[in-house]
Design a protein around this ligand. Structure first.
Ligand code: ADP
Length: 553
């Protein structure tokens, strides 16, 4: 009852939320209320009507129907039977209309209530609405027949009310069906959306990638199971916190927490996009190393709707890389001592005058191969020195001078290979850097250019200034690099098929290390190449600023 009153008062409860019985009572109520109102009108205008048995019967019938509506357990009765009530409603309306004909005319319009109910229920409207129309016809014709006034003229003049009620019924039926179709579509969409959300949640909780979504206010809107694990790993002493600045986030290999302004969440919320940045979360045995990517996403209207982060747990991968580098370092150390011995004794033997020319030539081959082996060991050793250590000591240097020295040292090898080595380096290019690392880059670029170029071609070394950059370019007219090899050119141990096929020796380490060293110096190493035409490797390093020059010189 309370709920019915709430619906009537247009409160929070909606009609479709009521029980079946509540809905039937509420659908019947407007007719009863109107009939009570008619009682009031009659009391005010012509109280004699109360003596009319027809009037009293109509009122009693209407109340009886209301009582039936309230008493029957409609939930347990087959659906649709409740429509007997509006069909029966035409009986009291018919009696009332007939009995008050002389005092209150036009009461047939009360048939609007049952016909609207029949149409609005949406239950078999094609049958129910015409039944309502027929009931309305009976409502007006039956009294004519019972009182013997059923002349063709009288019957025809009474047709308007049932026709009008039928039209109202059909109109509301059309609207109801359309609303019901729309509701069914909305419900279907809702169900599909819920299914999709459930699927998405299951997928996100199954994958091994941590996913975090923040809303446009930077508050956590979604976190999958893996992300919760990573979050727990980064808590200081396991105490929950929502502030990113309090989480234990380190750069891989550093003991100092990342300063708040450099932390990934804050940066991405401020509009930055980050990709595969490696951080350590927490410390001790439970620490995890993660590769984090994050970006903002926009809503339908194009405004910022929030931020998404994906964190891949790379703890095991990083541990494996460290183990590999340790192994490579230990292995190359072990190789170096016997190799140095071989080279030393071979050089001593070379001076031995008792050796025949053939033996000397064999010795030369042995020494060449031993030197090559030595270079490879050097590369492997350098590769095992990961981290920023290599570039930690920065000294004022002149890139032009380094380029010139490299050109000089490769002069003899270029002549041996019948390759012209050109140099275009005039102006000084002051930089800050680690000499060993930078010489290693230049040596690698020039030795590659010579190694992968046929005789009769030219290798050009250029050093020039370009805005804030000191630039060194190594250009060759050699093999060139195929498009499919370009993507992994700077990946460790990667060698092109062309290099492998041509039998040119190498480890595939030099360029990867060169790029690492260039980036440790705040610079970059790039390559453009065309198969059969040649390659251009460009090294860019930040020029030393005037301020740095003053403090260091
Ligand atoms: P390595 O030369 O020891 O194999 P690098 O890392 O120096 O290793 O080079 C990686 C690969 O890139 C080489 O194996 C080769 O296929 C290709 N490459 C490098 N420089 C050149 C070049 N100047 N011309 C053609 N190919 C090159």
């Amino acid at each position: 009852m309370e709920k019915i009153l709430d619906v009537l008062a247009l409160g929070r409860v909606r009609f479709h939320e009521l029980s079946m019985r509540g809905r039937v009572v509420l659908s019947q109520l407007p007719l009863n209320v109107t009939m009570l109102f008619i009682c009031l009108l009659v009391a005010l205008t012509d109280a004699r009507e109360f003596d009319d048995p027809g009037f009293v019967t109509a009122q009693a019938c209407a109340l009886a129907l209301l009582a039936i509506a309230a008493a029957l357990p409609w939930d347990r009765i087959p659906y649709g039977w409740f429509l007997a009530v509006p069909i029966l409603d035409f009986v009291p309306i018919g009696i009332l209309r007939y009995s008050t004909e002389s005092t209150l005319s036009g009461l047939g319009i009360l048939g609007v209530f049952p016909i609207m109910w029949l149409a609005g229920s949406g239950y078999r409207p094609r049958i129910m609405v015409p039944i309502g129309g027929v009931a309305a016809l009976f409502m007006v014709w039956v009294p004519q027949f019972l009182t013997g006034r059923a002349t063709p003229h009288a019957l025809a003049s009474d047709l308007l009310v049932p026709f009008m009620l039928l039209a109202i019924g059909l109109g509301s039926s059309v609207m109801t069906l359309s609303a019901m179709a729309q509701q069914a579509r909305v419900e279907e969409l809702l169900e599909r959306t819920e299914n999709r959300e459930r699927l998405l949640n299951t997928v996100l909780d199954t994958v091994d990638v941590g996913v975090l979504v923040l809303d446009d206010d930077g508050k956590s809107a979604y976190m999958n199971a893996k992300q919760r694990q990573l979050y727990v790993a980064s808590l200081p002493n396991g105490v929950p916190t929502t502030r990113e600045s309090e989480l234990l986030i380190y750069r891989d290999g550093s003991d100092q927490p990342v300063p708040p302004e450099q932390r990934p969440l804050g940066r991405v919320i401020a509009g930055e996009t980050i990709e595969h940045e490696v951080y350590q979360l927490g410390h001790g045995p439970d620490a995890r190393t993660v590769s984090i990517s994050g970006r903002q996403f926009s809503g339908a209207s194009g405004n910022n709707a929030g931020t998404v982060f994906a964190s891949t747990d790379v703890t095991e991968v990083v541990a494996a890389v460290h183990a590999r580098d340790k192994f490579l370092g230990a292995m190359s150390h072990e190789f170096r001592t016997p190799l140095t011995n071989i080279l030393g004794y071979a050089e001593l033997l070379q001076d031995d005058t008792s050796l025949s020319p053939a033996a000397k030539s064999d010795l030369q081959i042995m020494m060449r191969n031993a030197r090559h082996l030595n270079h490879m060991v050097d590369d492997i050793l350098a590769a095992s020195l990961t981290g920023d250590d290599a570039a930690s000591i920065r000294l004022p240097l002149d890139l032009t001078e380094l380029v010139r020295q490299t050109s000089d040292s490769f002069g003899p090898e270029a002549t041996n290979r019948d390759i012209t080595l050109d140099l275009a380096a005039d102006t000084a290019l002051p930089i800050l850097g680690d000499r060993t690392g930078l010489v290693r880059i230049l040596n690698n670029l020039v030795s590659n250019a010579l190694k992968y170029s046929p005789a009769g071609t030219t290798v050009t070394l250029t050093a020039r200034e370009e805005g804030e950059w000191a630039v060194c370019e190594v250009t060759d007219e050699g093999l060139g690099i195929a498009h499919e090899d370009m993507g992994r050119l700077f990946t460790r141990f990667q060698r092109s098929d062309a290099a492998l096929r041509s039998g040119i020796p190498g480890t595939g380490l030099g360029l990867a290390l060169a790029k690492e060293v260039a980036e440790q110096h705040g610079g970059e190493l790039e390559c453009t190449s065309e198969v059969g035409v040649g390659s251009v490797f460009t090294l860019r390093l930040p020029l030393r600023t005037a301020k740095q020059r003053m403090t260091l010189s």
